[in-house]
Write a protein that binds this ligand. Structure first.
Ligand code: SAH
Length: 243
C-alpha cells in the first residue's frame, strides 16, 4: 500500500505540474505576438508620445499576466489582439498597447503605492501589481468590482486591494499615492486625485467629452507641489461616471 502511494503521489504531482505548464504555454505565442505588436505601435507613435520604447519591465509584466483570464469565456484567443474587448455592463478591457503606454508613463518603482480608478476586469491592476509595492483599485459598478476581486484573488495577485465606490474622489484612506491611473475618460482632472498624489508623483488620465476627442494626459506634481500637464495622445475611453 505504502509503495503504491509512493509511486502514485509523484505521478499525480507530475501530471498536475505539466497541466499548469501546458496552460501557460498555450497562450505564450499569442502573448509574444501581443508584445511585438505593442513594440511596433510604440515606434509608430514615438513622435506623439515622446517614448521611443516601453520600459522592458512593463513588457515583462505584460508577458507574465495571463490576459486571457480577464476576458469573457469563449473570447480567450481574442484577448491577445491589440483591441479593447467587452467585459459586460457596457465596459471594456483596454487594448494592450494603451495598457502598456499608460503603465510606462506612470514610471512605477518597486516601492510605489499606486491607485487605479476603474478596476473593470482587473487586468490593469494585475499588471501594476507586478511592478509596484501595493495597488489600490476602485470600481463604481459593483458586480464588475466583485468579479474582478474574485479573479485577482484566484490568480493570487495578493498586492491588489479592491473596493467599490466613486473613484472621482480617489481612495482617501490609503493616500498619498506615488502614481495614479484613471482608466475612464473624465471631463476634467478630478481635484481629489491631485490632492492624493505625492509630490514627485504622476497621474495618467484620459480627459475629454464622451464620443469626442479625448486626450491621454500625463500630470506631474513637482516636489514643491507645482502641477504640470503634458498631452500625450488622442484616445477613446468609456466615460468616468458618478460624482
Ligand atoms: N482598467 C480596466 C478597464 C476598465 S474600463 C481593465 O483593466 O479592465 C473603465 C472602468 O471604469 C469601467 O469598469 C467603469 O465602470 C469604471 N468607472 C467609470 N466611472 C468610474 C468612477 N467614477 N469610479 C470608479 N470606476 C469608474
Amino acid at each position: 500500500m505504502l509503495r503504491w502511494l509512493r509511486t502514485l503521489i509523484p505521478a499525480i504531482a507530475l501530471v498536475w505540474m505539466s497541466c499548469g505548464i501546458h496552460a501557460a504555454d498555450d497562450f505564450a505565442p499569442l502573448r509574444a505576438k501581443m508584445i511585438n505588436d505593442i513594440a511596433d505601435l510604440t515606434a509608430e507613435t514615438f513622435a506623439a508620445t515622446g517614448r521611443p520604447a516601453i520600459d522592458p519591465r512593463v513588457l515583462d509584466a505584460m508577458d507574465q499576466v495571463p490576459r486571457h483570464q480577464f476576458v469573457r469565456p469563449g473570447e480567450e484567443r481574442d484577448a491577445y489582439e491589440n483591441r479593447p474587448l467587452p467585459i459586460g455592463y457596457g465596459q471594456t478591457i483596454s487594448q494592450p498597447y494603451i495598457v502598456a503606454l499608460m503603465t510606462d508613463l506612470m514610471m512605477i518603482k518597486p516601492t510605489d503605492v499606486v491607485l487605479e480608478v476603474g478596476t473593470g476586469s482587473g487586468y490593469q491592476a494585475a499588471i501594476l501589481s507586478t511592478l509596484a509595492r501595493v495597488v489600490y483599485t476602485i470600481e463604481i459598478i459593483e458586480p464588475l468590482g466583485k468579479v474582478a476581486q474574485e479573479r485577482l484573488q484566484r490568480l493570487a495577485y495578493k498586492r491588489v486591494n479592491t473596493t467599490v465606490g466613486d473613484g472621482y474622489y480617489g481612495w482617501e484612506a490609503h493616500a498619498p499615492y506615488d502614481a495614479i491611473i484613471v482608466t475612464a475618460a473624465a471631463s476634467h482632472v478630478p481635484p481629489a486625485l491631485v490632492r492624493q498624489l505625492k509630490p514627485g508623483g504622476r497621474i495618467v488620465i484620459p480627459v475629454g467629452a464622451p464620443f469626442l476627442t479625448q486626450y491621454l494626459l500625463l500630470i506631474t506634481k513637482a516636489n514643491d507641489g507645482t502641477v504640470s500637464t503634458r498631452q500625450i495622445l488622442p484616445v477613446s475611453f468609456v466615460p468616468l461616471v458618478g460624482h
